[in-house]
Design a protein around this ligand. Structure first.
Ligand code: CP
Ligand code: NVA
Length: 306
C-alpha cells in the first residue's frame, strides 16, 4: 500500500532511519536505484516559485525511471479553474504520483483524500518535509549518528522550522529556536514534537539558541506569499541575522545550514553563508536524494526497511 507524504508526522522513527540509510546508499551507488516509476510518471504542481524543489523532484522522478511533468500556477488554476480534488483525480487517471507546492496546506489534504496515488508536499504554508529530509541527510553526512546533536534555528518559526523540528523529533536531536515575539513556532507544533521528550525549546535570544549548537540554521524572514509584510518583518527580525560573531558562540566545528533562497545581509551575513562552515550547497544537492527516497517510500513504505 502506498502512502502520502504531506508532513513528516506520517513517518515513524524506523521509516526515517531507513529513508536516510537508503538515500545515502543510493547516493553512493546509483546502480542500486530501482526503476520504480518505469512506464509511469509524476505530476508536480507549483503555485509558488521554485528552483531547488522543482529541479530535484523532476530529477528524482527521472532517476526512478519515470516521466516528470511540472505545472505552474497559471497552467493548473488550482481553486479557480479547477478544484484540488478534480486536479488530483485527473492526475491519478494518468500518472502514479502527484506532488504540489501550495499556499494552503488544506489543498494537499483535499488532493490526498480524493485519490489513492501518493500525494507529496513540495512546500505548503505549514511545512516543507522534503527540505527537512535533505537537511537530515546533510547532517548525517557531516556527523554520522544524529542522536544527541543540537540544531539552533534562528529566525521565523515558519514551514521550514516546523518540518525541521519534526525531523529532530524523529532522529533524537534537539532544536533551539530563537524568534522575535509573534514569529515563534506555533504552540501546537511545540506540544506535538515535545510529546514524548523535550525536543524543541522556543527562545527569544539568538545567542542563547546557538550556544553549544552543532548546526545553525536560518531561513528567509519573509516567506513566499508574505511579501506585503516584508518591511514590517525586516524591523521585527532586527538582531536575528546569523553573523560570524553569532556563529562563534556555537560549537567550533558547527555547520551553517539554509534551505535557500538566501538574502545576504538580511537573515545571514555573506561571510557565513559563503564561509567554511557553510554546507548550503551540499544541502541543496541533497534535495535530489531526499526527493528520490521520499518517492520510493511513498510508493512502498515497507519496501525500504532493511
Ligand atoms: N529550498 C527550496 O525549497 O527551494 P525552492 O523554493 O527553490 O524550491
Ligand atoms: N519559508 C520559505 C521557504 C522557501 C524554500 C517560504 O515558504 O518561502
Amino acid at each position: 500500500m502506498s502512502s502520502d507524504l504531506l508532513d513528516l508526522t506520517v513517518l515513524q522513527r524506523p521509516d526515517c532511519a531507513s529513508m536516510l540509510t537508503t538515500a545515502i546508499e543510493w547516493k553512493g551507488e546509483p546502480s542500486l536505484v530501482p526503476a520504480l516509476l518505469a512506464g509511469d510518471g509524476a505530476a508536480a504542481i507549483f503555485t509558488k516559485p521554485s528552483l531547488r524543489t522543482r529541479m530535484s523532484f523532476e530529477a528524482a522522478v527521472a532517476s526512478l525511471g519515470g516521466l516528470p511533468i511540472s505545472f505552474s500556477a497559471g497552467e493548473v488554476g488550482l481553486g479557480g479553474r479547477e478544484t484540488a480534488a478534480d486536479i488530483a483525480c485527473t492526475v491519478a487517471s494518468t500518472l502514479g504520483v502527484l506532488a504540489a507546492r501550495v499556499h494552503h496546506h488544506s489543498d494537499l489534504v483535499q488532493m490526498a483524500a480524493a485519490v489513492d496515488i501518493p500525494v507529496i508536499n513540495l512546500l505548503s504554508d505549514e511545512s516543507h518535509p522534503l527540505q527537512a529530509l535533505a537537511d537530515l541527510l546533510t547532517c548525517v553526512e557531516n556527523w554520522g549518528a544524529l542522536s544527541g546533536r543540537k540544531i539552533a534555528y534562528v529566525g521565523d518559526g515558519n514551514n521550514v522550522a516546523v518540518s525541521l523540528a519534526r525531523a529532530c523529533a524523529l532522529t533524537g536531536m534537539t532544536m533551539s529556536c530563537a524568534s522575535p515575539p509573534g514569529y515563534e513556532i506555533p504552540p501546537d507544533i511545540i506540544a506535538e514534537v515535545n510529546a514524548e521528550s523535550i525536543v524543541l525549546e522556543q527562545l527569544a535570544d539568538p545567542l542563547a539558541a546557538v550556544t553549544n549548537a552543532d548546526a545553525v540554521y536560518t531561513d528567509v524572514w519573509t516567506s513566499m506569499g508574505q511579501e506585503d509584510e516584508s518591511q514590517q518583518r525586516r524591523t521585527a527580525f532586527e538582531g536575528f541575522m546569523v553573523t560570524a560573531e553569532l556563529m562563534s558562540h556555537a560549537k567550533p566545528d558547527a555547520i551553517f545550514l539554509h534551505c535557500l533562497p538566501a538574502h545576504r545581509g538580511e537573515e545571514v551575513a555573506a561571510d557565513v553563508i559563503d564561509g567554511p562552515q557553510s554546507r548550503v550547497w551540499q544541502q541543496a544537492g541533497n534535495r535530489f536524494h531526499a526527493a528520490r527516497v521520499a518517492i520510493a517510500w511513498c510508493l512502498d513504505p515497507s519496501g525500504l526497511i532493511q
